[in-house]
Write a protein that binds this ligand. Structure first.
Ligand code: AMP
Ligand code: GLY
Length: 423
C-alpha cells in the first residue's frame, strides 16, 4: 500500500517509523514531514489543510490510505472532503469526519456530549458576549481557581486557570468582547476546577469496536517540577503506573464505552484515534478533554509499545473490522524526553546545526522540528527532537533518554531532566 501521512512533527515521524515496519507498506509519503520522516519515505511540501493539493498528491502517487496527524485538517473536514469526492471516496482516512471532530474543535460541543452521555466531567456553563453578566454571576458561584476555556481551537493556548475572581472576570471579558483568542473565544466555557493528577488514554476505533492503546502522561510545562509556561509537551511516560487494573476498568466502563456508544447514538461516524485527557480525583477518573488525534509527544512513547502491525490495524479501521484484530503490547516502559530550542515556548531561533545524532545508542530519535539543509540537519521549530527509550524500569529507560539527549548538540538546546518525577 502507498500511505500518505499528513503532518510534520514528532507524532508524524513516529507514525512513519511504525508504518515503515509493516510488510503491507509499499511507499510512504509524508506531507510536509521533517528531516526524520525523509529517511523513511518521501516528504512532499504541501500544507495539511490544502485539500486540493492533498487530492492531487493522492492521484499522482496512487495513495491507498491517508493518516491525519494534527487536528486542524480534521476539524476543517478533510475526511468529509474525501467521502464527497468520486476519485477519493474509496481511500480510507484515519481521522474522524468534521461532525465528530467537533469533540476537539468546540469545548462546548464536547461538554454537551459528555453530559448528554453521562460521562464524568467537571460542571460547566458556556457564555458569549451576549450574556457576559451571567458569566460573572456564574463565576461567583464557583471557588478559586477559575477555569476559562476558549471554545474553539487556540493552538493549545485557550485554557486559562486564574486564582482571583477579579482576574477571572477580566479575562472572561477580554476573551468574549476583545477576541483574546480570535474567533476561538467568541464562546467561553467556564468550568469547575478539578484537583488531581492527569493522564491520557488513547483509543483506536472504527466507530463500533475499539482498542485501548497504552496510557501516557505528558509534561506540559517548560520548567522542572512542572513550572513556567505551557508548551506542546516536554516529555511523556507510558504506561502510567497509577493507572492499574481497577482504575483502567473504571475508565473503560464509565468513559470509553459510553464515548463509543455516544458517538453511535448521536450518529457521528468515527474512524481514527480518540485521545481522552483525564484527571484522577480521589481514585475516580474524570474527563478534562477529548482530542480527535494522537498526542504529541505521547505518540512517541505509545507507538513504540505497540507490537501489532499498525498498518493492519488501520486497514481494519477503514473496513470497519477492528473487532477482528488483536492488539499486542510491549509491557516495558517507554520514556520520551523532548529537546527544544532555547527560548521556546516564547521567541526562539531556527536554523541551528544539529550534531551527534549518530552517537545515540539505545534510544529512538524522533524528529519534531527539523529540516535538511544540504548535508546538515537544522532545527526548524520549538520542539526539535524526541528521544524515546524502552526499559523494564522507568528509571532505566529515562537514564538512556537523558544520556542520549546529552550527546546531541545544537545551539540553545534545552530539555527537562525531571520527566517522570511525579510517578
Ligand atoms: P485542555 O486544553 O482542556 O486540556 O486544558 C489544558 C490543561 O488545563 C489541562 O491539561 C489541565 O491541566 C488544565 N485543566 C483543564 N480543565 C481543568 C479543570 N476543570 N480543572 C483543572 N485543570 C484543568
Ligand atoms: N501533548 C498534548 C497534545 O498533544 O495535545
Amino acid at each position: 500500500m502507498n500511505i500518505l501521512i499528513l503532518g510534520s512533527g514528532g507524532r508524524e515521524h513516529t507514525f512513519a517509523w511504525k508504518l515503515a515496519q509493516s510488510p503491507l507498506l509499499n511507499k510512504l509519503y509524508i506531507a510536509p514531514g521533517n528531516a526524520g520522516t525523509a529517511t523513511l519515505g518521501e516528504n512532499i511540501n504541501i500544507k495539511v489543510d490544502s485539500f486540493t493539493a492533498v487530492k492531487s498528491l493522492c492521484k499522482d502517487k496512487e495513495i491507498n490510505m491517508v493518516v491525519v496527524g494534527p487536528e486542524d485538517p480534521l476539524v476543517k473536514g478533510i475526511h468529509d472532503f474525501f467521502l464527497a469526492d468520486a476519485d477519493l471516496k474509496n481511500i480510507p482516512v484515519i481521522g474522524p469526519q468534521k461532525a465528530a471532530a467537533e469533540l476537539e474543535g468546540s469545548k462546548d460541543f464536547a461538554k454537551d456530549f459528555l453530559f448528554r452521555h453521562n460521562i464524568p466531567t467537571a460542571a460547566y456553563k458556556t457564555f458569549t458576549s451576549e450574556n457576559l453578566e451571567q458569566g460573572y454571576t456564574f463565576l461567583e458561584t464557583l471557588k478559586a481557581p477559575y477555569v476559562l476555556k476558549a471554545d474553539g481551537l487556540a493552538a493549545g493556548k485557550g485554557v486559562l486557570i486564574l486564582n482571583s475572581i477579579k482576574e477571572a472576570k477580566g479575562e472572561l471579558k477580554e476573551m468574549l468582547t476583545e477576541a483574546k483568542f480570535g474567533s476561538a473565544s467568541a464562546k467561553v466555557v467556564i468550568e469547575e476546577f478539578l484537583d488531581g493528577i492527569e493522564l491520557s488514554v488513547f483509543l483506536l476505533t472504527d466507530g463500533n469496536s475499539y482498542k485501548i492503546l497504552p496510557t501516557a502522561k505528558d509534561y506540559k510545562r517548560i520548567g522542572e517540577g512542572d513550572t513556567g509556561l505551557n508548551t506542546g509537551g516536554m516529555g511523556a511516560i507510558s504506561p502510567v503506573p497509577f493507572a492499574d487494573g481497577v482504575f483502567m476498568q473504571k475508565i473503560e466502563e464509565r468513559i470509553v464505552k459510553p464515548t463509543i456508544e455516544g458517538l453511535k447514538k448521536d450518529n457521528l461516524p468515527y474512524k481514527g484515534f480518540i485521545f481522552i485527557g483525564l484527571i484522577k480525583v480521589d481514585d475516580e477518573p474524570i474527563v478534562i478533554e477529548y482530542n480527535v488525534r494522537m498526542g504529541d509527544p505521547e505518540t512517541e512513547a505509545v507507538l513504540p509499545r505497540i507490537k501489532s502491525d499498525l498498518l493492519e490495524l488501520f486497514q481494519a479501521v477503514g473496513k470497519g473490522k477492528l473487532a477482528e484484530k488483536t492488539l499486542e503490547l510491549d509491557p516495558r516502559f517507554a520514556t520520551t524526553v523532548m529537546m527544544v530550542s532555547g527560548g521556546y515556548p516564547q521567541v526562539y531561533e531556527k536554523g541551528k546545526n544539529i550534531t551527534g545524532i549518530e552517537n545515540v545508542q539505545d534510544s529512538i530519535v524522533f524528529h519534531a522540528g527539523t529540516k535538511i539543509e544540504g548535508s546538515e540537519i537544522h532545527t526548524n521549530g520549538g520542539r526539535v527532537l524526541a528521544l524515546t527509550s524502552l526499559g523494564e524500569k522507568m528509571n532505566e529507560a529515562l537514564a538512556n533518554s537523558f544520556a542520549n539527549a546529552d550527546k546531541i548538540k545544537f545551539e540553545g538546546k534545552y530539555y527537562r531532566t525531571d520527566i517522570g518525577f511525579d510517578l
